[in-house]
Design a protein around this ligand. Structure first.
Ligand code: GRF
Length: 194
């Protein structure tokens, strides 16, 4: 069974949806670690409640990205983590982690990439008066939301949408799409090995 680490910086609703799929055995994985860069993040409470090991760090306490990523990497290797699942982790993954996990890092982003990459993708879509946006699950490379796309699903934008109403509909899609894409991915991986 594949071991994953989930990286998150905030609320952790996607973390929750993956954990629920794991608990129901829909996803045959073991979440071995939560990596978080905010001591106040609500995702920490979710992980504590479920007894998931946590590595929480304050980037400001390290000299640079390389320094904190070396410590993260140590935790990942100690836990024997196979895949990194980014779920609202608000930092670019640097070369230290990429070198070790290239092709095994996955992210979810609230737009139809390559449209609206980076921060505030939902606000960007509303400002652009787009008719649709959506959700993308993709592999992570050194760029900002630039890695190969694994799956996408569109979400319509209505005239009277606010950031809140649109986010709500996008997250409904995220919570279904992310676990199902991971399920398929790990099944394929299992078949390839078996
Ligand atoms: C999600 O919208 C995800 O697409 C983006 O960050 C958000 C995280 O939300 N990368 P949550 O913390 O999982 O609720």
């Amino acid at each position: 069974m594949k071991k994953i680490a989930i990286f998150a910086s905030g609320n952790g609703s996607n973390f929750q949806s993956i954990m629920e799929a794991e608990a129901k055995k829909e996803l045959k994985i073991k979440t071995s670690l939560l990596v978080c860069d905010h001591h106040e993040a609500y995702v920490l409470q979710r992980a504590q409640g479920l007894g998931i090991p946590i590595f929480c760090f304050n980037p400001k306490e390290y000299e640079d990205k390389k320094a904190y990523e070396e410590v993260i990497l140590e935790h990942l290797l100690v836990e024997g983590v196979d895949y990194l699942i980014l779920a609202g982790y608000m930092r670019l993954i640097g070369p230290t982690i990429l070198r070790e996990y290239e092709g095994r890092i996955i992210n979810i982003h609230p737009s139809l990439l390559p449209a609206f990459p980076g921060k505030d993708a939902i606000g960007q879509a509303l400002d652009a008066r787009a008719k649709e946006t959506g959700v993308t699950v993709h592999y992570v490379d050194e760029g900002m939301d630039t890695g190969p796309v694994i799956a996408q699903e569109s979400v319509r934008i209505y005239e009277n949408d606010t950031e809140e109403s649109l986010k709500k509909r996008i997250q409904i899609v995220e919570h279904r799409l992310y676990p199902s894409v991971l399920k398929e991915l790990f099944q394929q991986e299992h078949l390839n090995i078996g």
